[in-house]
Design a binder for this molecule. Structure first.
Ligand code: SPV
Ligand code: MG
Length: 290
């Protein structure tokens, strides 16, 4: 079974699939090594790694190039976060085959206006497009895929925009009718009540996708027990772990006046060489360097 088929099957079976965010091939490799089922090609993380806001400041080609590099570095499926689709339904028709050709197994596209603003920032600019317009974008994404197993996940930001549960449900149903393979329902409430209520009210056939960044108390076992959620995405834990670790080590080196204290506690250079795929290169040397 190829990666796309494996991802579709995992998304649809009764066992919760877990995706970890990544902003480059190394973080993706570490996520795969830790046992995550899939990689979340996060726009938030990639933006943060360039030290710019997650608001379509980076171009489509910058994101696409990183997805291609990530998909080449891991065997697990890659879910590309294409924000609002970088334009209208016509733009979506052009970019979806590019993400598929880059080795991604799914795209997630959200129903906000372009350029989007990041979802979790307090008082962000959260403007939704018309339901019919976004249905057209979902249809365009589904129509543009070459492999029927490539998944199109529609994300509604209705709760993020404060439009309420009825609007979120209406949008989710409309996007399912347009062909979406799953619905990502996002919330930035610090309690999971809003999400739990949506999940309980959801009558659609396609699985739901949750990103529990704002409500971390909701565990995988709780999500699995809901029965309607196929995928949980940990949206920004690679970049937050990296920032925390770098800040700590950099401050300690300044404080200690050298690297003598921190060195033993860090991953060794040998470990990093291993993560770079050194064994594969040595094998190529052995076979082909004459
Ligand atoms: C991302 O990781 O880029 C996401 C999830 O879209 S969130 O930042 O929570 O909107
Ligand atoms: Mg994003």
């Amino acid at each position: 079974m190829n990666r796309n088929a494996r991802f579709r099957q995992k998304l649809q079976d009764s066992v919760l699939t877990h995706a970890m965010s990544a902003h480059n091939p190394l973080s993706a490799r570490l996520a795969a090594e830790a046992g995550f089922d899939a990689i979340w090609g996060s726009g938030f993380e990639l933006s943060a790694s360039y030290a710019v806001p997650d608001a379509n400041i980076l171009s489509h080609s910058q994101h696409l190039d990183m997805m291609r590099a990530i998909a080449a570095a891991v065997d697990v499926p890659v879910i590309a976060d294409i924000d609002t689709g970088f334009g209208n339904a016509v733009n979506v028709s052009y970019i979806v085959p590019q993400y598929e050709a880059a080795g991604c197994s799914a795209v997630v596209m959200e129903d906000k206006t372009f350029p989007k603003d990041t979802s979790l920032r307090a008082a962000g600019r959260q403007e939704l497009v018309r339901i019919e317009e976004f249905q057209g974008k979902v249809e365009a994404a589904c129509g543009a895929r070459r492999d029927a197993d490539f998944c199109v996940i529609a994300r509604t930001e209705a709760l993020i925009a404060g439009a309420g549960e009825q609007e979120a449900l209406a949008r989710a149903s409309a996007y399912e009718a347009a062909g979406a393979d799953a619905i990502l329902i996002h919330s930035r409430q610090s309690e999971p009540g809003e999400i739990l209520s949506f999940v309980a009210a959801w009558r659609g056939r396609v699985p739901l996708v949750l990103v529990p960044t704002a409500y971390p108390q909701l565990r995988e076992s709780d999500i699995q027990a809901l029965g309607k959620v196929g995928l949980v995405i940990y949206g920004n834990h690679a970049i937050r772990a990296a920032v925390g670790a770098m800040r700590d080590v950099f401050a300690r080196i300044r404080r200690d006046g050298g690297i003598h204290e921190v060195d033993a506690g860090l991953p060794s250079v040998k470990e990093i060489i291993g993560l770079q795929g050194d064994a594969g290169m040595r094998e190529l040397e052995r076979r082909y360097l004459k």
